[in-house]
Design a protein around this ligand. Structure first.
Ligand SMILES: [Zn+2]
Length: 298
């Protein structure tokens, strides 16, 4: 594409939709580029579009320079809060320090950047960091011509796939590394919790939190279980009380080795030499023109 404009972003999302489809509980996280917002609305009208909290905070800092240091921690805690009550308390503090920042964040839409307000569970995807990282790895190869560039990208992704596939094979009896860490921390917290009391068939009271274990309801009033989809300390305390030894079945399947292995199961075979390509006739017959170039000022 020539530049990042409405047309090129719409084209990108159309291709993405062809390849990936549209899924329930899917969301788009971006740096709030105007063209991305417009294109997502056109191509994925039913998919919510959220902000990368890092980019959003940069915008706030640009607009209100004085408060940047004092409010940064409060902002990130708000964005990652698990309960609306905690969010409101933090926002009240922000309001006291600088009312304009509160207004700015309100205008941006709470559901766009606060985990607890989003309409679909965005899990740990609070930033567009993954795209920035990949971008960072491609700085040098971006200098190449398009075919050479694609060749390098393919090799890079192929090697990442291979490495991740290998890592997933180490985690057969555990969750993926980061998720297992969360589970371990929660397990240690649970040992300090007061003995739980069963209130109703599936309702338990644990150290000031109410945990519902009914099949479909897997929720805890701390908010963590339903958002992280990893057992919170309260839920672990209940399961320990019930003599459950293996906590993994109660965590999301996405964090298990099967899902990790499946994600990386297809090897990315590098392209052979151009001489050895066997492209379909209709592809060969197609003439590809360069994009219409908009001459920039100067
Ligand atoms: Zn809990």
């Amino acid at each position: 594409v020539d530049t990042e404009n409405d047309c090129s972003w719409t084209w990108f999302f159309e291709q993405f939709k062809n390849a990936f489809g549209e899924h329930e509980k899917m969301c788009v996280v971006s740096d709030r580029n105007e063209s991305i917002i417009k294109s997502v609305r056109i191509v994925f009208p039913n998919i919510p579009h959220y902000a990368c909290i890092w980019h959003l905070w940069k915008n706030v800092c640009g607009n209100f320079k004085r408060t940047r240091n004092t409010l940064s921690d409060l902002f990130y805690s708000m964005a990652k809060a698990y309960r609306k009550k905690d969010f409101d308390k933090l926002m009240a503090k922000v309001d006291k320090i600088d009312h304009r920042v509160k207004e700015y964040l309100e205008d941006a839409g709470y559901e766009k950047w606060s985990r607890v307000h989003s309409t679909v569970n965005r899990g740990r995807m609070m930033t567009s960091n993954i795209a920035e990282c990949i971008n960072g790895c491609l700085v040098e190869v971006r200098q190449l011509s398009i075919l050479e560039f694609l060749k390098e990208v393919r090799i890079l992704f192929g090697s990442w796939h291979c490495k991740n596939r290998e890592i997933s094979s180490y985690t057969k009896d555990t969750l993926g590394r980061r998720f297992e860490e969360v589970l371990i921390i929660n397990t240690s917290k649970s040992s300090k919790m007061e003995v739980c009391v069963m209130i109703h068939y599936f309702i338990f009271y644990v150290s000031n939190s109410v945990y519902h274990s009914a099949k479909k309801r897997k929720v805890c009033s701390c908010g963590r279980f339903q958002l992280d989809e990893i057992l919170c300390a309260h839920a672990i305390a209940v399961l320990k009380e019930k003599n459950v030894k293996d906590m993994h079945p109660y965590c999301s399947n996405y964090y298990k080795s099967d899902a990790l292995a499946k994600t990386y199961e297809i090897p990315m075979v590098p392209m052979p030499d151009k001489e050895d390509w066997s492209a379909p006739k209709d592809v060969v017959a197609e003439t590809v023109y360069p994009p219409r170039y908009r001459r920039l000022a100067g």
